[in-house]
Design a binder for this molecule. Structure first.
Ligand SMILES: O=P(O)(O)OC[C@H]1O[C@H](O[C@H]2O[C@H](CO)[C@@H](O)[C@H](O)[C@H]2O)[C@H](O)[C@@H](O)[C@@H]1O
Ligand SMILES: O=c1ccn([C@@H]2O[C@H](COP(=O)(O)OP(=O)(O)O)[C@@H](O)[C@H]2O)c(=O)[nH]1
Length: 828
């Protein structure tokens, strides 16, 4: 079949790439592309990317064949059609979507489905062994599986653990084969031995990270033993992540998108990028990310954050989780948080919220299936005359099952007339059964259910039906469809897809959703659901009463609102949005990299250095030769740390450099003369204090380059302002130098420090310095006020003439200073 005028054609034309769009196609956004800005915004890039993929998919679906010559595509219609992109950037976007063939000139529409490697701890199926080489595969239960099975737009391979130990090669080969043939998404197993699973999955993942991320905290009392085995569990975690990385590397093809999932694989982005820095890596967290104060408790807090930041794009269900993550990176790692993400040494990791959804169509369509209808009939008969409330959860402490049941008990207590008229069906799917905490929870729940049924039940009926098992998809849909109220009381929950599924199946009944405000879903379904604090049993009990008595029109309105959301925010949309964002992030990163001067390759520098005879090394002091700041502010009690000190490990190398007759060293700093004297008097070098206002060789006296008429009348009033803010900003300090004043808050709480700095600047601008000829320099964590003539830039003029007149003829000059993470924000 050839491409008709109702389809599109992507043509490369010499240097430009034109995407020609004909009338009938969707995506009219760029119909008038002469308006397309030369430098598109991120949103525009994203829209292009998404549209492009839609087109490719469209062509793919109708199996369009490429005409023998791209010129064949021209038709009168096409002549008048819209010309899209014509920039190099689009070429990258297109090739990112794998539409570009090897020679980069023609596009192969048929390979345009982007290859996606989904890497998650768990495969969508769990394996049960039936013989030496025979395996039975069963669907895994959990929101992550539900969400990812809904992803259909990509050529997906799923890499994960099959939930079983397979020590022998025959078994491994047979399982790999069975998985390869499974489902529409091919599955590739990662084999983990029992000890690794015990330490990594049961231990580090489910006994440490999971409770911590859900605000349950680190092991205490009977979980205290974990504290001692923490390091070995963390080692197993890293080892397991490396095993996942090995499998990814084995199956990776250039251009693939690698999407890592969840708290089990926080180390994976780093492992992958270390091996191949060009790999497109995204990481998504399905759980909450807690406040930085909670994350801070984790002994491996730094390593985990750094590893995740190796990814190009990091995603969370909600803006709150993303915000917490950025805050952990700024407070714990001391990095720069920007509206786009987190920046470290010029590298930006994009951080954003991507709320997951479900494959709503699958649920809606399932309701028509005869087997689902049959289940519905049976359920309706079984509970005729009673209102039915539903709970569907993994039997996990975060799901608040005991709290839910206690609230239901309270409701029955307070509303005895409802006793025989309402029933709670609780599906509690066993999970992580090897972890003692989960075993304990099971007994606790059984005990409460038994007590309440004993208290409120009769010979013929009990108020709570509790099932410790999972249901198949059809049974579950039937339950969702016939019940009157769904009760989700998670104490914390990344998203909670059960609430989405319930809404999707309630188009006819319009049941009520009672939803914990601590589930991510509360942010999307909050307007239609009754939101509750699950810890407040009284509130939940009264919400149950409200839901059971809710008039039909209110139910309808609430349901309609949520239904609209569920059908428009699907799992497919979620994945497509994430991958588009990842593709665009990579294009933008490439554009950024081109703007930043590349780091000097060490070998080249060393080579050049070695073959020269007269060298001048100009070194910065603060953060170049001093200890880095402990971003957690632990050194606050050690006042002497506030004084900048030459790093002990640099003393020897510096001495060697200074003693080398072929090398002259100059330390150029904003610090005062006495600070440089204290640190460098013993070395044979040049010192330039206060940004070059003072200069001396250590064997001689200080000279000044300060202009004679430099006015310092402003100092006292600025000092008053600095004093005021130092008093009110714990761990901040100010320094009075001979030509400038500097207030710094590098040991203070970074966010508070920034607010205070803003306020301080306001005071300065409207007060003491409003008319003075001063420079106010806002540093990364400081504010400096100095006379206009006092800057390193001025000094560079001075040094330039000094070097020219005195040294340049015989020296080769090197300048060393700290790596600035955000040049825009740094002044001086
Ligand atoms: O694999 P398991 O240890 O048996 O646990 C099942 C899954 O539980 C968690 O699900 C989360 O993902 C959902 C979808 O994004 C979300 O709605 C829910 O709030 C989360 O709890 C876990 O994060 C997965 O990795 C597990 O596979
Ligand atoms: O018997 C059951 C009970 C639950 N689920 C599925 O398990 C997932 C639970 O996801 P959710 O996001 O609510 O929580 P998670 O278990 O991932 O924490 C949902 O998709 C349910 O359809 C299932 O397949 N069978």
């Amino acid at each position: 079949m050839s491409i008709s005028s109702q389809e599109i054609c992507i043509l490369p034309n010499k240097n430009n790439l034109a995407l020609l769009q004909t009338n009938g196609m969707p995506g009219n956004l760029y119909n008038n592309c002469s308006n397309l800005p030369a430098t598109p915004t991120r949103l525009e890039r994203l829209l292009r990317e998404r549209e492009l993929r839609k087109y490719s998919k469209c062509l793919n679906d109708c199996e369009a064949e490429l005409p023998s010559s791209t010129q064949d595509c021209f038709s009168p219609d096409l002549e008048t059609s819209t010309c899209w992109f014509n920039d190099e950037e689009l070429l990258e976007t297109v090739s990112a979507s794998r539409s570009l063939n090897d020679d980069g000139e023609r596009l192969d529409f048929r390979t345009s489905k982007q290859r996606l490697l989904v890497v998650a701890n768990r495969l969508p199926v769990s394996a049960v062994r039936h013989g030496e080489d025979s395996w039975q595969l069963e669907m895994s239960v959990g929101g992550l599986v539900t969400a990812l099975l809904g992803v259909k737009e990509f050529d997906t391979r799923w890499i994960g653990w099959a939930g079983v130990n397979v020590p022998d090669e025959i078994g491994q080969k047979a399982l790999a084969k069975a998985l390869d043939e499974k489902l529409m998404q091919r599955c590739i197993p990662v084999f983990l031995d029992e000890e690794v699973v015990h330490q990594y999955y049961n231990g580090y993942c489910n006994n440490i990270l999971w409770p911590l991320f859900h605000y349950i905290g680190l092991p205490q009392e009977d979980r205290l033993a974990t504290t001692r085995s923490f390091q070995s569990q963390f080692d197993a975690y890293k080892k397991a992540n490396q095993l996942f990385a090995d499998v990814v590397n084995e199956h990776y093809e250039e251009g693939d998108v690698v999407w890592c999932h969840d708290y089990h694989l926080m180390f994976l982005p780093k492992c992958l990028k270390e091996r191949n820095s060009k790999m497109k890596v995204g990481w998504f967290l399905h759980t909450p990310f807690p406040s930085s104060e909670i994350h801070r408790m984790l002994p491996s807090r730094l390593e985990l954050l750094r590893s995740v930041l190796a990814a190009d794009l990091v995603g969370f269900h909600t803006y709150d989780y993303a915000r917490h993550f950025v805050s952990a990176c700024t407070r714990i790692l001391g990095l720069e948080g920007t509206p786009e993400g987190v920046e470290d040494q010029g590298k930006l990791t994009r951080i954003a919220a991507f709320p997951v959804g479900i494959d709503s169509e699958r649920f809606i369509k399932a309701l028509e299936l005869p087997e689902v209808q049959d289940h519905m009939k049976v359920l309706k008969q079984r509970f005729a005359g009673r209102k039915v409330m539903l709970g569907v959860d993994r039997l996990d402490m975060i799901k608040g099952i005991p709290q839910k049941i206690l609230a239901f008990e309270k409701f029955l207590e307070e509303n005895p007339n409802w006793c025989n008229k309402v029933v709670l069906l609780q599906i509690a799917v066993p999970t992580r059964t090897d972890v003692p905490e989960y075993q304990k929870l099971t007994s606790q729940v059984h005990e409460i259910v038994g007590r309440i049924n004993g208290r409120f039940g009769s010979l013929t009926a009990v108020p709570i039906h509790h099932l410790d098992r999972s249901l198949d998809f059809h049974e579950l849909c039937a339950l969702y469809a016939v019940t009157d109220v769904a009760l989700v009381t998670s104490l914390r929950d990344g998203m909670n897809l059960v609430s989405y599924e319930y809404v999707a199946c309630q188009e006819s009944k319009k049941g009520v959703l009672i939803l914990s405000e601590f589930a991510g879903a509360a942010q999307s379904l909050g307007a239609g659901a009754i939101l509750v604090n699950p810890w407040n049993v009284t509130e939940v009990a009264s919400s149950i009463g409200y839901a059971l008595n809710m008039p039909a029109d209110e139910r309808e309105k609430r349901h309609h609102h949520n239904f609209k959301h569920v059908i428009s925010h699907t799992a497919q949309e979620w994945a497509a949005t994430f991958v588009s964002e990842l593709n665009v992030t990579i294009v933008e990163a490439q554009l950024r990299t081109r703007q930043i001067p590349p780091p000097l390759p060490i070998e080249v520098a060393v080579d050049r250095y070695s073959c020269l005879n007269n060298r001048l090394l100009i070194l910065g002091f603060n953060a170049t030769l001093t200890e880095p700041v402990d971003t957690l502010g632990r050194k606050d009690s050690q006042i002497n740390e506030w004084e900048p000190k030459l790093r002990p490990d640099l003393r020897e190398p510096l001495r060697k450099l200074c003693d080398d007759p072929k090398t002259t060293v100059l330390v150029l700093s904003g610090s005062a003369r006495n600070v440089l004297d204290d640190n460098f008097s013993d070395y044979n070098l040049w010192l330039a204090a206060e940004n070059g206002m003072f200069l001396r060789v250590t064997t001689g006296d200080w000279m000044t380059t300060m202009p004679e008429n430099l006015s310092m009348e402003w100092v006292d009033s600025v000092k008053n302002v600095f004093e005021y803010f130092t008093d009110r900003t714990p761990r901040s300090q100010f320094e009075v130098r001979e030509t400038s004043l500097i207030w710094n808050y590098k040991y203070s709480d970074v966010e508070f420090g920034r607010l205070q700095a803003r306020d301080l600047l306001q005071h300065l601008w409207t007060g003491p310095i409003s008319n003075a000829s001063l420079d106010v320099v806002q540093g990364r964590r400081s504010v400096e006020v100095r006379s206009v003539a006092v800057t390193k830039v001025c000094f560079s003029g001075i040094i330039h003439s000094w070097i020219t007149s005195y040294l340049i003829s015989c020296f080769n000059v090197y300048i060393g200073c700290r790596n600035r993470s955000n040049p825009r924000r740094n002044s001086s």
